[in-house]
Structure formats: C-alpha cells, structure tokens
Design a protein around this ligand. Structure first.
Ligand SMILES: N[C@@H](CCC(=O)N[C@@H](CS)C(=O)NCC(=O)O)C(=O)O
Length: 229
C-alpha cells in the first residue's frame, strides 16, 4: 500500500472485469500496485475486502492521490480514470454528446454483455447441474449482443468518437472468452463468419500491446486455475 504508486488495484490484472482496468491504467501511463484478491478462495467475501467493495467482487480501485478515493464496478472505474486523468482524450472523447454515447456503451456492456456472457460461462462450467436450456438461453443472448454490436460496427470502426476509447476496451475480455470458448460449436456462433465487423474490431483491440500482454498473463493463469469453491 505504501509503495508510493498512485493507485491500488484490488483484485488482479486478469479476469473479465479487472483486466480492463489494468489495460486502462497502463494505456494512460498511470502507476499502480495490485492487491491480489483470490476469488477462487473466496477472499472477495471477507470483511476486510467488503470494506473496500461492499459488493464482494473484483475489481476495486483506490486513488491515493485523491484522499484514498475508492471506486468499484469496472466500468465506473474506467469512467473515473478518463474523467480525471485523460485530459488529452487518449481513451475518451471531448464532446458532451459523444461522452454520453460512451457512457451508453459502458452501460450496455455492464448490463447487456457482462451478465449474460458471465451466466453462459457459469452454466457451462460451474453450475452443479447440467441445464442445457440455461446454457442455450445465455449463448443465444451472446449472439444477440454480438448482433447489436455488428449492426453498429459494420458502419463504423469504433463504438464512439471514431477512435478507440474505454467503451471498446470494456468489451474485450468477455468477447475474447465468447469467441475462444462459449460459442465454440454453437450454431451461428462462428464470430468471424457471422459477425465479421465485431471480429475485426476485436482483433484490432487484442493486437494492442498492453491488451495482448494482459490476455497472455490471463491465458497462462487459466491453465493453473483450481476448482472453484
Ligand atoms: N459488474 C461488476 C462485476 C464484477 C465481477 O463479477 N467480478 C468477478 C471477477 S471478473 C468476481 O468478483 N467474481 C467473484 C464473485 O462473484 O464472487 C464489474 O464490472 O466490476
């Protein structure tokens, strides 16, 4: 905590939600320490962590240069970072209308992508019973969400402002997991073929060196994940 770095990222630099925060911090050149929270051991539900994030999930971010200001929910963290520390609009937009478009996409990610994609993984991998209809429901929702993104990205390169922003970055991890795992073998789930603009957009994002670095760290960690408690 007292390394002198500006931020502490609680959670990790991997996983659908922490990874995007680590990407934004590094793309913006901000210095941070990671306080690891082992979600496989249930540390996110322990009283010490609940003081930081009462929702008991990762990530959470503490900004030591702002009186230890603490914020959780990955997309709220992204908004905080660009509002306060992206004056040059490297990952954000200047125009107010565009800013609300960016917020719109973050809301869509956190309400439309995150939960559905997350539930698909839950029912495919972790739920104690096999419930094919639940798996099918969430896989179909993924296809629907990709359909929404395709309808927009087939007409423009990025979600907002004609440039990469935190809106695009917020979608990376779940899109990667959907392409690499959840939609494998699903009818209509060949993303490159069925949603070519989404696929191209995602490939451009994962080619960014900072994104690639964290996805590689994540891939390595996933090989060593214990069974969830
Ligand atoms: N909407 C939250 C979701 C956070 C979330 O679900 N994080 C996962 C890890 S990626 C977690 O903490 N899982 C452990 C648990 O649910 O107990 C966000 O975007 O930050």
């Amino acid at each position: 905590m007292s390394s002198g770095k500006q931020f502490t990222l609680h959670g990790d630099v991997i996983g659908p939600n922490p990874l995007k925060v680590a990407v934004a911090l590094e793309e913006l050149g901000l210095q941070y320490d990671v306080a690891k929270v082992n979600i496989w051991a249930g540390e996110q539900k322990k009283p010490e962590y609940l003081k930081i994030n009462p929702n008991g999930r990762v990530p959470a971010l503490v900004d030591h240069s702002n009186g230890d200001f603490t914020i959780w929910e990955s997309d709220a963290i992204l908004l905080y970072l660009v509002e306060k520390y992206d004056k040059e609009h490297k990952l954000s937009v200047a125009d107010v209308n565009e800013k609300f478009k960016l917020i719109q996409w973050l809301f869509f990610q956190s309400s439309g992508q995150g939960p559905y994609f997350g539930q698909a993984v839950w029912f495919m991998k972790y739920h104690q019973e096999k419930i094919p209809s639940a798996v099918e429901r969430y896989q179909k929702e993924i296809l629907r969400v990709f359909g929404v993104l395709e309808s927009v990205l087939s007409k423009q390169e990025w979600l907002v402002g004609g440039k990469v922003t935190v809106a695009d970055i917020s979608f990376i991890t779940w899109t990667d997991i959907a392409i690499g795992f959840v939609l494998q073998g699903v009818e209509g789930g060949n993303v490159e073929k069925e949603f070519p603009a989404v696929y191209k957009w995602h490939q451009k994002l994962v080619a960014r060196p900072v994104v690639r670095k964290f996805l590689d760290i994540q891939a390595e960690a996933l090989n060593n994940i214990p069974e969830r408690k």
